[in-house]
Design a protein around this ligand. Structure first.
Ligand code: SF4
Length: 432
């Protein structure tokens, strides 16, 4: 049986690495000049309010523009770039395109830019459930998926299969963070209904403890490309130090499709994989008794139990979890907090023995509405919750949360990346 081919190439500033990667894996085989090609980068989220280091978080414009140029040179004239960024509170896809220089890219190569959130989603049956997929993604003849080489604190890695979650409506994204079904058994199904013809993992950076800007990026200068979406992800995971068996959604996909999840089942061409393997941790350490991140223990914080998020917590709440933790840490003044528990997501049941219980988000409020263990509920019923309301309610309980602490933290995160260390913001812009 022939093995799927995966190309591994080094990035160079001329952008020739994209061409080399595609040639090594014969990535455009089967593409016709009349095909409607959809490029799906990872632009899941952008923060316009606070400093946002994009390194390892979103696809670089350098790789996307090199791909667009190559397609143009090869005579493809029906190219669209599409994404459904997280609509919090409204979709800002067009602003993200502008921030990344895509408008100049559009004008130079006549590509179309589409925020999927502005167009219809089509219900697609997946047997026991259905998901709403972007019409543009379903109507494309070929999708070129351009994820980032990054880890994810819920799914271990976020590569090609995970990036396709960006083709879902908001409601279907939420559905994937199901109260009973594992996340890792839902989003890997999306690829079954989409014409993904080529995956190019943008590994200019890799991200530890992703998927957001609170993770730590490293410059890697790699591209991974394949016509086989699963094999591409297996190699991407291996580069970050994970076998496919250690990544539940890859393990699930392999079992479901009868695939061997091993590197020896893949024909890797180009760079030697072993020389580029670089272990990056995917998750934050939590205390053994589930009372908060390891940072709580290190600071001697007591009187509070922030339960570790599970995979039912969807992205809207996830992006606010870290600000909450940072504000709680900064609010600690050496005295125990007033015996508070914080629960979140669609599965966490508040435990007895706490004076106050923070219900973080609408799902948690609904789940714990009649929970007899709760002595005093502090509900945050928004979807996602309102952090301003959290600050107000915490202050009423004597916990002096201050949003400025999180702003300071974000400046610190942003400022730790220096251009002379390879963190060049021009990689996220396009200049013809
Ligand atoms: S409250 Fe949070 S976990 Fe629930 S649907 Fe909204 S964002 Fe998702």
């Amino acid at each position: 049986m022939t093995r799927p081919v995966v190309a591994l190439t080094r990035w160079d500033d001329a952008g020739d690495a994209v061409r080399k990667a595609i040639e090594l894996c014969d990535g455009l085989a089967g593409f016709r000049s009349t095909d409607r090609i959809l490029i799906k980068p990872n632009l899941v989220y952008w923060d316009f309010d606070l400093p946002f280091p994009p390194y390892g978080v979103v696809s670089t414009t350098a790789v996307v523009s090199a791909l667009v140029r190559l397609l143009h040179e090869e005579g493809f004239r029906h190219v669209t770039i599409g994404e459904a960024p997280l609509p919090v509170p409204a979709s800002r896809g067009r602003e993200i395109f502008r921030a990344l220089g895509y408008e100049r890219l559009r004008d130079r190569y006549q590509v179309e830019l589409v925020d999927f959130n502005e167009e219809p989603f089509v219900p697609v049956p997946f047997g026991e459930f259905s998901l709403r997929l972007a019409r543009r993604a379903l109507e494309a003849d070929c999708i070129i998926n351009v994820p980032v080489l990054k880890t994810h604190n819920q799914s271990v890695v976020s590569l090609g299969l995970k990036n396709l979650k960006g083709c879902l409506s908001k409601g279907s994204k939420v559905f994937c963070h199901h109260p009973r079904l594992p996340l890792d058994h839902l989003f890997p199904r999306i690829v079954e209904h989409l014409p993904v013809a080529l995956t190019i993992i943008d590994g200019l950076f890799t991200l530890e403890r992703g998927p957001g800007p609170t993770g730590r990026a490293y410059r890697k200068d790699l591209l991974v490309a394949s016509r086989d979406a699963f094999a591409c992800d297996v190699v991407g995971a291996a580069l970050m130090g994970y076998s496919a068996e250690e990544v539940p959604h890859l393990d699930f996909f392999a079992r479901r499709h009868g695939r061997r999840p091993h590197l020896d089942a893949i024909d890797t061409r180009g760079e030697e994989l072993a020389t580029h393997r670089f272990r990056v941790e995917y998750d934050w350490e939590w205390t053994e008794d589930d009372t908060g991140p390891a940072g709580f223990r290190e600071r001697g914080i007591t009187g509070i139990a922030v339960r570790k998020y599970d995979d039912s917590l969807c992205t809207g709440c996830s992006t606010l979890f870290n600000p909450m933790l940072i504000m709680l840490m900064a609010a600690y003044r050496g005295q125990p907090f007033p015996n508070v528990e914080v629960v979140s997501g669609k599965r966490q049941i508040a435990q007895p023995g706490f004076a106050r219980t923070v219900l973080f988000g609408r799902c948690s409020c609904r789940l714990n509405r009649d929970n007899p263990h709760i002595r005093k509920a502090i509900p945050l019923p928004g979807c996602p919750p309102d952090l301003g309301q959290f600050v107000t309610l915490m202050r009423e309980e004597g916990i002096a949360c201050d949003p400025r602490e999180y702003v300071r933290y974000r400046h610190y995160l942003f400022n730790r990346y220096r251009a002379h260390d390879g963190f060049d913001p021009r990689l996220y812009d396009f200049h013809p």
